[in-house]
Write a protein that binds this ligand. Structure first.
Ligand code: NMX
Ligand code: MLT
Length: 435
């Protein structure tokens, strides 16, 4: 057993003991009240999930095992002379609740390099889809086809003890994350680079290798991929992709089914597809105005028009956050250091000045500030990654780190089948207006 897996086994045993004690001694403790409005507004603010890897504070943003993004940028290991933390370190932290050393991260990179294999038939399944299949359709189809390799599923059918579930899940997750950039890069090169593929470079870290296989090899591009893979990795347990992965996993579906389901949620416009929508929205605006250099007033007018048409302004608003998303800020800072100011980044910065006051004045919008998706597309375009229909796949590769670390924990803690109750409208009416 690897050192990391051994460490996880020890931590998991301790945490399971704590969890069992809380359930046994305090299982009846009331932890909140639920209002009709909360149910009707998508269960917002109801604490109904246990997630260890990260926590979202409405006023501060995301923290991974207690560390904010700026803290992680200081504390997580980097390549020698590097400036951006390695996402491997974040996975280690989320899984083990402990900051890794440089040696820990090197070992994890080496393990993922060794495991980085995608079964041949996964590529063939993608090849058999029509050229009209969207990148997220190809991505989730490839992930499902990969389920043939699930060690957990095979072991389950052979009849293993519940205590062993986490072990096979761990094996599946490690091999899957190791190979995932290969699958994504295959889709990228197939769709946008004449089906000409690039082999992995086994001397590179996980994120830089992803960049390399997509065809991006400059120092700045590697930094960009490390940043992108870091900031999209996790956003506590209630977001659609994390919650879906966890829910499907609670039926003991293998990690491929669970994560593919999560990715289908990520593909929705109110979630990860928003990074494409922002670019489409900007393109529509610039085309309509007829310039790549709009004034603030012209942007304002287009925002008002979008709202008047009953549409959302993509990249702005959030179900939990009530501030500018620190992931937005991290990208803006990265752009200040490394990007050439292209027209699109300039417009994204202008939008940040113009949009929040307008959304804030609407009244019903709870958060007028930008989220992660408001900047990522303009930043990627700045570095030549111009194919916006691929952006949600990149988000998905990063999200695997968080939701699959969580799935290993779900299995180690023996979290049960998730099955909340639903009620008829008459039940709500009776609660609201008792006779
Ligand atoms: N533009 C216009 N209207 C908005 C926006 C926005 N950016 N954000 C919220 N609203 C509306 C929302 O549609 C709702 O309207 P109605 O009552 O008519 O249904 C009302 O304001 C209240 O919504 P909130 O409670 O503020 O937000 P909610 O938690 O329901 O939704 C989002 C959160 C993120 C879905 C929403 O802010 C949104 O649609 N934003 C644009 C899409 C986007 O950027 N999504 C990406 C989120 C991050 N991610 O990567 O997943
Ligand atoms: C995410 O990264 O999952 C999004 O910001 C959505 C969310 O947290 O609800």
């Amino acid at each position: 057993m690897s050192k990391m897996k051994q460490k996880f086994a020890e931590k998991a045993a301790q945490t399971l003991e704590e969890l069992q004690k809380i359930r046994k001694d305090y299982g009846d403790t009331v932890i909140g009240q639920v209002t009709i409005e909360q149910v009707m507004s998508g269960m917002k603010g109801i604490s109904g999930l246990l997630t260890l890897t990260s926590k979202l504070d409405p006023q501060k943003g995301i923290s991974f095992r207690g560390y904010s993004i700026p803290e992680l940028q200081k504390l997580l290991p980097k390549i020698p002379g590097g400036t951006e933390p390695l996402p491997e370190g974040l996975f280690y932290l989320m899984l083990l609740d402990e900051l890794p050393t440089e040696a820990d991260v090197r070992e994890l990179t080496a393990e993922w390099t060794m495991r980085s294999y995608v079964p041949h038939h996964v590529y063939r399944v993608i090849d058999s889809l029509p050229s009209t299949a969207r990148p997220m359709t190809q991505f989730s189809t490839g992930i499902l086809a990969w389920a043939t390799e699930s060690k957990f599923q095979k072991a389950y059918r052979q009849g293993i003890s519940k205590k062993e579930y986490w072990d096979y899940t761990y094996e599946d997750v490690m091999s899957f994350i190791a190979g995932l950039p290969r699958l994504a890069a295959y889709i990228y090169r197939k769709n946008y680079k004449n089906d000409v593929h690039i082999s992995p470079d086994h001397n590179l870290d996980w994120a830089a290798n992803f960049a390399h296989m997509m065809g991006y090899d400059s120092v700045e591009e590697r930094k960009l991929f490390r940043l992108y893979m870091l900031i999209h990795a996790d956003h506590e347990g209630g977001n659609v992709s994390a919650h879906t992965t966890h829910l499907v996993g609670s039926a003991l579906s293998n990690i491929f089914y669970s994560y593919a389901a999560g990715m289908l949620g990520l593909a929705g416009p109110l979630h990860g597809y928003a990074n494409q929508e922002v670019i489409n929205w900007m393109d529509d605006m610039l085309t309509e105005i007829g310039t790549r250099e709009p004034t603030n007033k012209q942007i304002e007018d287009f925002v008002h028009k979008t709202l008047a048409e009953g549409k959302v302004v993509p990249g702005y608003g959030h179900a939990v956050l009530r501030i500018t998303d620190p992931r937005f800020t991290a990208q803006q800072e990265f752009a200040r250091k490394y990007a050439k100011e292209t027209d699109l980044l300039k417009v994204a910065n202008q939008m940040y000045e113009v949009i929040p006051p307008i959304l804030g004045s609407v009244g019903k919008i709870k958060n007028p500030w930008p989220n992660v998706d408001a900047y990522s597309g303009a930043l990627l375009k700045n570095f030549g990654i111009v194919e916006e229909s691929f952006y949600t796949v990149m988000f998905g590769v990063s999200r695997a780190l968080g939701v699959l670390a969580s799935l290993i924990w779900d299995r180690a803690l023996g979290l049960p089948l998730e099955r909340p109750s639903s009620q008829l409208l008459t039940w709500f009416k009776d609660k609201a207006m008792p006779k």
